[in-house]
Design a binder for this molecule. Structure first.
Ligand code: MG
Ligand code: MG
Length: 267
């Protein structure tokens, strides 16, 4: 039995939120392991093998595998790849690369979805800065997840933060989403735009917040594999994501190991 509000957004009971948290922790732990595993000489496929084992060892199912035909348990997007890269062993990771790893799992029918961008060895300062800005933009969006605020406030806060840091591209075609008994549910969430629009955020909503930030322009294209999104200008891009529950006490970051406590306590 799932309650939906009048906008069609699934509202979870406190018991269901605990199950979302358990699924979120599977993803959080898996990404924590992947972050520590990344090093020059590995292939994205090596990371996929690690991820699938970690997810299954926790009693969960990798949600990406087979999703609309996707062949792997993670998306691995290197350098100019924005999102949805397919992990293969065609190219080893090199010192100076950045890799975005997106991961999802199903535990007891509930979904978790999260992404990180990790430097491979030593990388250029401007890439570290791109990673930092993208992660901070995600947290700016997450801080907007309080009861009474409106859906479009999320994208507004993400864009406002990115713009405060300089000139970057925020792709318009990709965004966040509701999450629960499916990975992708209503509503779709833009990563930019005007505030004060759309449904009012309410306790029990679970939303995946996932900004992508390009070092160059916002334009993207999809490669012939029909999955990999790359920047049109060939410049690097970063991606971060957390699945978050709206609660009376503020955002509960389901895919963060500490529930978001540390980052949300900072101004
Ligand atoms: Mg994801
Ligand atoms: Mg997502």
């Amino acid at each position: 039995m799932f309650k939906r509000n009048r906008h069609g957004i699934q509202i979870k009971t406190p018991e269901q939120l605990e199950k979302m948290r358990a699924a979120g922790l599977v993803v959080g732990r898996t990404l924590d392991l992947l972050r520590r595993s990344v090093e020059p000489g590995m292939t994205p496929l090596d990371l996929d093998v690690i991820a699938e084992k970690a997810i299954r060892d926790q009693g969960a199912i990798p949600s990406f595998k087979g999703y609309m035909g996707f062949p792997a348990s993670i998306c691995a997007s290197v350098n100019n790849e924005v999102v949805h890269g397919i992990p293969t062993d065609a190219r080893k990771l090199r010192e100076g690369d950045i890799i975005a790893i997106d991961c999802g799992a199903i535990l007891d029918s509930w979904h978790g979805d999260s992404a990180i961008t990790v430097p491979v060895g030593e990388v250029e300062p401007e890439l570290l800065e791109l990673i930092r800005i993208t992660e901070e933009a995600m947290w700016a969006g997450i801080r907007a997840l309080t009861p009474g605020r409106r859906l479009s406030d999320i994208g507004y806060e993400i864009e406002r933060y990115v713009t405060s840091q300089g000139r970057f591209g925020i792709p318009s075609e990709y965004g966040g989403h509701g999450i629960g008994t499916e990975m992708h549910m209503d509503p779709w969430i833009a990563n930019k735009g005007r505030p004060g629009r759309g449904p009012v955020l309410a306790p029990g909503m679970c939303l995946a917040i996932e900004p992508m930030v390009n070092l160059g322009t916002e334009q993207t294209r999809v490669l012939a594999d029909d999955w990999t999104v790359v920047t049109l200008d060939g410049k690097p891009s970063a991606h971060f994501e957390h699945s978050v529950a709206v609660t009376h006490n503020g955002p509960w970051v389901l895919t963060a190991l500490d529930g978001g406590k540390e980052r949300l306590s900072q101004p």
